[in-house]
Design a binder for this molecule. Structure first.
Ligand code: SIN
Length: 320
């Protein structure tokens, strides 16, 4: 696909600054993933350049940047342009930088982010987006997959949409709790975490607060059950929705290189870090932008239709 042109002037007719006008957007699939070129994340970017990035994120759900030799401060400064940053209460942080999650896997710690998920949905206000920086990758493997939750929702048969629209699901930090207990946390410590991070209830289908589009917002890592229906139907529906998120037709796959960056919108996509490089080392750092409280609004219309609607054909549904 060809690169998307950035208009050289703003809506009011004034000229775009050079750092915004130089950006080009290179789609990596029909609906999800675009590489941004002509941008230097070590620079203090103009508001107009940030607006171009923000719009590209809304359009493409995950953005890729290559050859960005960032210091930790650049990483933090760039992410802060999109919102306040969270401190993760369970995962290891980079010494001296509480907002930087240090994710290292090697022969003693195989990768475990190989479950489809949106970040921190066990929070009452989960993440808007995450900016991940590759520090040290394996020679082979260690890619990350991203799945388009709008396209996955659009691809459901109408009867399933009718059933799941407006439902609510309970989320939990189960995996982190298990790890905490394995590392020797006392029942009192676990109780304290349970009280600080009570199970949030989020819509099964989320209306994106900026685009107005609807997307699947349950995930295999943190969602426990759909409320208000039988446990059996909850398990069946979650299985349908997780399977939907896992179809390659809705995905893009990113192969990391040193100094690659991925910036994804946790409100419109899920990701899966392929754990296929054991016992090699893979070292990344993630900065996570705080989002708002998820909601479902049946009446909210998308601001505009997607430029490139999903055109794949999935013939698994016999009644659609
Ligand atoms: C994550 O799940 O946030 C990490 C993704 C990755 O390491 O590629």
């Amino acid at each position: 696909m060809t690169a998307t042109e950035i208009p050289t002037e703003t809506a009011d007719g004034s000229e775009l600054p050079d750092d915004a006008a130089s950006i080009t957007i290179h789609p990596q699939s029909r609906t999800i993933g675009a590489e941004l070129r002509g941008i230097d994340l070590t620079q203090s970017l103009s508001d107009e350049a940030i607006a171009v990035v923000r719009q590209a994120l809304l359009d493409w759900k995950v953005l890729f940047f290559r050859d960005q030799d960032l210091a930790t401060e650049h990483h933090l400064d760039f992410a802060r342009r999109f919102g306040a940053l969270e401190v993760h209460p369970f995962a290891p942080e980079k010494p001296g930088y509480p907002e930087v999650l240090a994710i290292t896997h090697d022969d003693e710690s195989p990768g475990y982010e190989n479950l489809w998920h949106s970040d921190v949905t066990w929070r009452l206000a989960p993440s808007l987006g995450s900016v991940l920086r590759m520090l040290d990758g394996p020679e082979l493997g260690g890619d990350t997959l991203f799945s388009d939750m709008y396209a996955a929702y659009d691809g459901l048969p109408q009867r399933i949409k009718d059933e799941v629209d407006g439902l609510v699901a309970r989320h939990d930090f189960t995996g982190f709790r298990r790890k905490m207990i394995r590392r020797g946390a006392t029942p009192e410590q676990v109780d304290e975490f349970n009280a600080t991070y009570p199970n949030p209830e989020h819509p099964v289908i989320r209306t994106h607060p900026e685009t107005g589009r609807k997307g699947i917002y349950v995930n295999a890592a943190f969602t426990q059950e759909i409320l208000g229906i039988s446990a059996e139907r909850s398990a069946e529906l979650l299985n349908i929705l997780y399977t939907q998120a896992a179809y390659p037709e809705y995905q893009v796959r990113f192969s990391w290189q040193p100094n690659s960056i991925a910036f994804w919108d946790n409100r419109s996509c899920q990701h899966y870090a392929v754990s296929d490089y054991y016992p090699d080392r893979r070292r990344v750092e993630r900065v996570t932008i705080i989002g708002d409280t998820p909601y479902y609004d049946a009446s909210q219309q998308p601001a505009e239709l997607p430029e490139r609607p999903f055109r794949g054909v999935l013939k698994r549904w016999t009644d659609s």
